[in-house]
Design a protein around this ligand. Structure first.
Ligand code: SAH
Length: 421
């Protein structure tokens, strides 16, 4: 989402005559686009700012801005922690960037933190790097109100972009050479533009002439409707891969999180998805150590992960965020050392599961979109399978952007290794 928002900011600034430079040392303006989801994301930004301030002290006219969710979240605190910051701007205020830079150049620090439910940036053309995979924001904000989550408070209420505008965007992206479109939204599958739901959007985008692959992130289990599942099952361009944040395997914890589903309902959804789309790859998000999580609750998460066997997972220790519902009404009572232990246990479990699933892929053939040179070896390409697994293979005659069949010879927990057949 932040990559996509940065492309949007580049679009706004390019329209007003600014340009992006390829090296940070050549920039007169440095904007950090930030995340507020966990405390350590914010700590990283503060460290980065201190570092930039060394340069600012040497070059008085360097402009430093903090944009995105952390700007929205910390507001005045940020200016106290980093008083040398010239510009602080939340996710609904980017239209003011050119004006803000002018103000700053005249010596006035700028604060733009108004959230605006009507702001969808529909008329702004993001500046994307040329490439294979394009991020396309189809929805902004979130209405879900999970008790642990800061997103609704820093990104505002949910709004969807009109289907016709999105399919036009996709046509343009295909014409520019993009092969894979990734639809983005905070709860992407609750998309509704007043006339069309998410399943209809998936069909419409997949049917744009020349689209090879469509994916989306991150959906919410409560909005995994039949309309969405039908499109995933029956539309060949829609990848057979789903990121489905579980958060916890304990129903009482899910209730306190206000996730609106029980562990049983989640499990039933997984069974239904696997029945309808047998080759589907599933990934998830897990939070350990949420308020009141007992050892027994944690073991239910562990057991459900062992039963479901996700292809991969993002796993986090609960981080108490000021302004969230949990921060106001629940006690962050699991000790840090206990959170760390629980996290390590599920990471270990997931590594084993991911490695086993990838081992099982040895001997099979996967269709892979060629994305570029492998990081470790310029004689090899890397790309992703339909199920979003990183695959590395010798170049042969393939070009970047081709979809090739790769026979898998070996595998690690995170990578498949093979050759084109
Ligand atoms: N709406 C997006 C949220 C992105 S945040 C989505 O549903 O995917 C990605 C993940 O961060 C969440 O799924 C959750 O697992 C984790 N997360 C969010 N708030 C958190 C917090 N306060 N502490 C720890 N992890 C958190």
């Amino acid at each position: 989402m932040n990559v996509s928002d940065s492309e949007l900011m580049a679009g706004i600034l390019t329209q007003s005559g600014h340009r992006t430079v390829s090296h940070i040392d050549d920039a007169d303006v440095i904007l950090l686009n930030t995340c507020a989801i966990r405390e350590n994301a914010e700590t990283k930004v503060i460290n980065r700012l201190e570092h930039l301030n060394h340069r600012k002290r040497r070059e008085g006219n360097l402009i430093i801005g903090v944009c995105g969710c952390m700007a929205q979240h910390l507001r005045d605190k940020l200016l106290k922690a980093a008083p040398y910051v010239d510009l602080v701007m939340g996710p609904d205020a980017y239209r003011n960037l050119p004006m803000a830079l002018n103000a700053v150049a005249n010596g006035d620090p700028f604060l733009g933190l108004q959230l605006d439910k009507s702001e969808d940036y529909a008329d702004i053309a993001p500046i994307r790097k040329e490439g294979i995979r394009a991020w396309l924001t189809i929805q902004r904000g979130c209405d879900k109100m999970c008790t642990f989550c800061i997103v609704p408070f820093v990104r505002g209420r949910e709004r969807s972009l009109p289907l016709k505008l999105l399919t036009d965007d996709v046509q343009r992206l295909v014409d520019e050479g993009f092969k894979e479109i990734v639809l983005l939204g905070q709860t992407v599958n609750s998309y509704h533009d007043g006339q069309h739901d998410f399943g209809e959007l998936l069909w419409s985008i997949a049917e744009v002439d020349g689209v090879e692959r469509v994916r989306f992130t991150s959906p919410h289990p409560a909005d995994a409707t039949d309309s969405m599942i039908d499109a995933m099952e029956n539309c060949p361009q829609v990848c057979k891969q789903l990121h489905l944040p579980l958060q916890s395997g304990s129903t009482p914890v899910l209730e306190r999180m206000r996730r609106t589903y029980t562990a049983e309902e989640y499990n039933e959804l997984v069974s239904k998805l696997r029945e309808r789309i047998p080759q589907i790859a599933l990934s998830t998000d897990i939070i350990v150590g949420f308020c009141g999580e007992t050892e027994a609750d944690f073991m239910q998460t562990y057991q459900l992960m062992a039963d479901i066997r996700f292809d991969s997972a993002f796993m986090f220790k609960y981080s108490d965020r000021e302004g969230t519902l949990a921060n106001k009404s629940l006690e962050d009572d699991v000790p840090e050392s206990e959170k760390a232990r629980r996290l390590n246990e599920i990471i270990k479990l997931q590594e084993e599961i991911s490695a086993n699933i990838n081992q099982d892929a040895i001997g099979t053939t996967a269709s892979v979109l060629v994305e570029g040179d492998s990081r470790r070896d310029a004689e090899q390409y890397h790309g992703k399978t339909d199920t979003f697994k990183t695959t590395v293979f010798p170049k042969e005659n393939a070009q970047v952007g081709d979809i090739v069949n790769v026979e898998i010879h070996s595998a690690t927990a995170h990578t498949l290794i093979g050759e084109i057949v």
